[in-house]
Ligand binder design. Structure first.
Ligand code: CTP
Ligand code: CA
Length: 225
């Protein structure tokens, strides 16, 4: 193991990590959510903190302890996640691993919706803002490095590359979720940048986090990058 400055290349730098699902209430007892244990995002927050970064972890509802030295902000909805992410700025790097619900119910019923003889209610939905695309948009508060995740079940690389350019982020981690990923400890991914691709065969989420944190540290400490 390294010790000294080489082991903590991110001292003095700030990081934002989003993780977990969002939960969009329908009424006081129901909601729309996504599958995400938060494990991969928490592991990345931990790996960045171990390298010396000051890390804010904006987390949806998950059953995980905050990693040592990480400032965690719990949120429920996508709108809250966006507000908390904006409040964490400025940062040098943002890693957006959260499985944000793409839609939220137009209206949240104040009382529990009851079953009725007329059949099930229909839900009108509104699209949530894209937190990643908002952060990646050019402006004085844009992080130097914006990293997205793309969970795909097919056409992994092509879909992820399209997302990279559509959202304007610098890197995207293309995550193959066709296999056993959700809630599991293993993950397989490809890091996609403007320069090329690096594929990371299935490994633990902790090991994937270490690999990504090493790439981030190398990038942020390269003069001119
Ligand atoms: N993301 C975000 N805000 C949203 C939706 C997604 O910040 N409202 C981020 C995720 O955290 C992830 C990346 O965008 O880093 C890709 O999310 P994904 O759901 O794969 O992309 P979408 O553009 O929502 O496309 P899809 O239709 O495939 O869901
Ligand atoms: Ca989505």
């Amino acid at each position: 193991e390294l010790s000294g400055p080489a082991a903590r290349p991110l001292v003095g730098l700030r990081a934002l990590v989003t993780a977990g699902p969002t939960f969009e209430p329908i009424d006081p007892v129901r909601g729309l959510t996504n599958r995400s244990s938060g494990k991969q995002g928490y592991a990345i927050a931990a790996a960045l903190a171990r390298r010396g970064a000051e890390v804010t972890l904006v987390s949806g509802p998950v059953a995980l302890d905050a990693p040592p030295g990480v400032r965690r902000v719990f949120v429920e909805t996508a709108l809250q996640m966006k507000t908390a992410s904006d409040a964490a700025l400025p940062v040098d790097v943002a890693v957006m691993t959260a499985a944000v619900a793409d839609w939220r119910p137009d209206q949240v019923a104040t009382g529990k919706i009851k079953k009725a003889p007329g059949g099930p209610p229909s839900l009108a939905l509104t699209e949530n803002p894209d937190i990643l695309a908002g952060l990646a948009a050019t402006g004085p508060r844009r992080p130097r490095l914006v990293v997205g995740f793309a969970a795909e079940t097919e056409n992994l690389i092509a879909n992820a590359r399209a997302k990279l350019s559509r959202k304007g982020c610098d890197w995207i981690v293309a995550n193959d979720v066709s296999a056993d990923v959700f809630g599991a400890d293993g993950n397989a991914a490809t890091l996609i940048t403007a320069e090329g691709e690096e594929s990371w065969p299935r490994r633990s989420k902790a090991e994937l986090a270490e690999a990504l944190a090493d790439r981030i540290a190398a990038h942020l400490t390269t003069p001119g990058a």
